[in-house]
Design a protein around this ligand. Structure first.
Ligand SMILES: [Ca+2]
Length: 194
């Protein structure tokens, strides 16, 4: 009995890994037919076979930690749009019913706390190990806290001012527009969950 359970657990893990990526929808607000794309390059011929097919994607849902690049033309050419979070209406970006090729990428992180200068986990970045940091620099526009770690952020040096505490218990924490929550960070503490 114990053995069977173990096999099922591995199967569930594998399935989850297989399906991580981005789901695209034919209509806005995640409606109509949908297709999930995993990490990699997906060119015109593949998209054309699916539903939504060529020039037919209107909204996208993105698993945390992934990004999608939509290209107007086949072969990853023409105008493009990079998205890192769920986007219910591509009309707003002038990207509705345009996609003819796309790429799905995993955002690169290692096992500790990371922040980026720009939203969408882009631009210059810094990664810190477990510890206390009294005086830090850089914009905290988007951040990542890996599962198993807690990060406490302070708006002033020496662990003072406003506090934002993030405890990544069961899942990684991804915040695409962290500066909207707390515009300034000057010190921080990173701990491994006990
Ligand atoms: Ca197109």
């Amino acid at each position: 009995m114990k053995k069977i359970f173990k096999i099922l657990a591995i199967g569930a893990l594998f399935q989850h890994a297989c399906y991580a990526g981005v789901t695209v929808y034919k209509d806005i607000n995640y409606k109509g037919s949908s297709v999930k794309y995993g990490v990699g390059a997906h060119n015109y011929n593949e998209i054309k076979r699916n539903n939504p097919g060529d020039d037919a994607i209107s909204s996208v849902k993105i698993d945390p930690g992934y990004r999608i690049i939509l290209y107007w033309d086949p072969n990853y050419r023409g105008r493009s749009l990079t998205l890192t979070k769920d986007t219910p209406n591509l009309v707003i970006y002038g990207a509705n019913d345009q996609t003819s090729s796309l790429r799905v990428e995993k955002i690169a992180v290692n096992g500790t706390f990371k922040r980026w200068n720009n939203t969408g986990y882009s631009g210059a970045s810094t990664t810190w190990k477990v510890g206390e940091y009294r005086n830090v620099n850089g914009n905290f526009s988007s951040i990542f806290v890996p599962r198993g770690f807690s990060v406490t952020l302070f708006s002033a040096q020496n662990f003072s001012g406003n506090v934002v505490a993030l405890r990544a218990q069961d899942n990684d924490i991804w915040i695409d527009d962290f500066s909207a929550i707390c515009p300034s960070i000057k010190s921080l503490v990173i701990e491994k969950n006990g």
